[in-house]
Write a protein that binds this ligand. Structure first.
Ligand code: SF4
Length: 192
């Protein structure tokens, strides 16, 4: 259904009268929200880009508000030869990683062993603690040689599970770093 500015104003007037009569306006309000989104889409700039999460390299269209310069939508590119508009759950959730997502975690949340409370910590504290625990666990069970006496220099007490929100280059860096520490249990959702 196409709604002109005039019919939208008529609809809005009807909304005011109907409220007094106790009528349900949710559908009209939803349509008004939809209109403002359509307006933003009309005036926005679209850029094509590529999902960085795995080696498939699906194409994305990023819509940027021409006034604020902020991204307000990211979706699959129907003209891209690899994904033809479709995205997996990670790619489809790309927009939630932008600053537009008010629920994105920005601070370190720490819960001490046996505690039922979360505490907010800073990143320096978290990085030092992760490094300390990793080093202690690695040194405790470091295997220098296997049962045949061959040099293996590995640890089986620490594993690394890659995040689904890191890109190919970050995955490569992490793989190299954890292998250098002797880890053999390394996995990632995209198996880079
Ligand atoms: S993570 Fe998903 S959307 Fe992104 S490139 Fe890989 S398959 Fe495509």
């Amino acid at each position: 259904m196409q709604i002109t500015r005039r019919s939208f104003l008529k609809l809005s007037g009807a909304m005011g009268a109907s409220t007094a009569l106790g009528l349900d306006f949710k559908p009209v309000k939803a349509y008004a929200d939809e209109l403002s989104k359509m307006h933003r889409i009309k005036t926005s700039k679209q850029f094509t880009t590529v999902c960085a999460y795995c080696s498939c390299g699906c194409g994305l269209i990023s819509s940027v508000d021409s006034i604020t310069g902020k991204i307000f939508n990211i979706e699959g590119d129907p003209e891209h030869p690899i994904n033809e508009g479709s995205l997996c759950a990670k790619g489809a959730g790309f927009f939630d990683l932008t600053e537009a997502n008010k629920h994105r975690l920005r601070k370190v949340q720490y819960r001490a062993p046996y505690s039922d409370k979360w505490e907010v910590k800073d990143w320096d504290w978290a990085m030092k603690r992760i490094a300390r625990l990793t080093k202690d666990a690695r040194d405790k069970d470091f295997i220098v040689t296997n049962e045949k006496g061959q040099l293996v220099n590995r640890t089986e007490s620490v594993a690394h599970l890659g995040s689904s929100n890191i890109d190919n280059e970050e995955c490569w860096l992490i793989s190299m770093s954890v292998r250098a520490m002797g880890l053999v249990y390394i996995d990632h959702q995209a198996r880079v």
